[in-house]
Ligand binder design. Structure first.
Ligand SMILES: N[C@@H](CCC(=O)N[C@@H](CS)C(=O)NCC(=O)O)C(=O)O
Length: 138
């Protein structure tokens, strides 16, 4: 399997975390979304939406959308429970994350970390400075 991903991506992190939890081996392919690498004609043939994360399965098929990838990888593991209601509850939180958390919290965090004023001291290291601050506030 190949994971097309970008290290700063929270959506990618969810997939990396599950791959690690399941002990699955995969090849990591960095796509620099800040340089538009997810929008090249070559990448768009793999994923017409032009976003990461993107999983290439062992059979060479492509699957986009982080939560779809999680569901695909988790099949047959304890991460997808037996009961009908319990499975529904897993999906409930996955839909909540995509509709109510990701656009308002995750995207906002990413935008504010990328928009430090260019004149700010150490602006060149703005993203890493922001990350260090975020780590401190935990
Ligand atoms: N709903 C999608 C969102 C994917 C997404 O927004 N990916 C961002 C990074 S977190 C991306 O690829 N942005 C680059 C672009 O839009 O060109 C998922 O959960 O996978």
């Amino acid at each position: 399997m190949v994971l097309y991903d970008y290290l700063d991506s929270g959506n990618g992190y969810k997939v990396r975390l599950l791959l690690a939890q399941l002990g699955l081996s995969y090849r990591y392919h960095e796509v620099d979304i800040m340089k538009g690498e997810s929008r090249t004609p070559q990448f768009l043939t793999k994923s017409p939406d032009g976003r990461i994360p993107l999983l290439e399965t062992a059979e060479g098929q492509f699957l986009a959308e982080s939560d779809a990838i999680l569901w695909y990888l988790a099949e047959g593991s304890a991460f997808i429970p037996e009961g009908r209601l319990a499975r529904g509850q897993v999906l409930q939180w996955m839909f909540f994350e995509q509709y109510s958390h990701e656009p308002y919290v995750a995207t906002r965090r990413d935008t504010s970390s990328a928009t430090c004023p260019p004149t700010a001291p150490g602006a060149a290291n703005c993203r890493s400075a922001w990350r260090a601050g975020a780590m401190r506030s935990k």
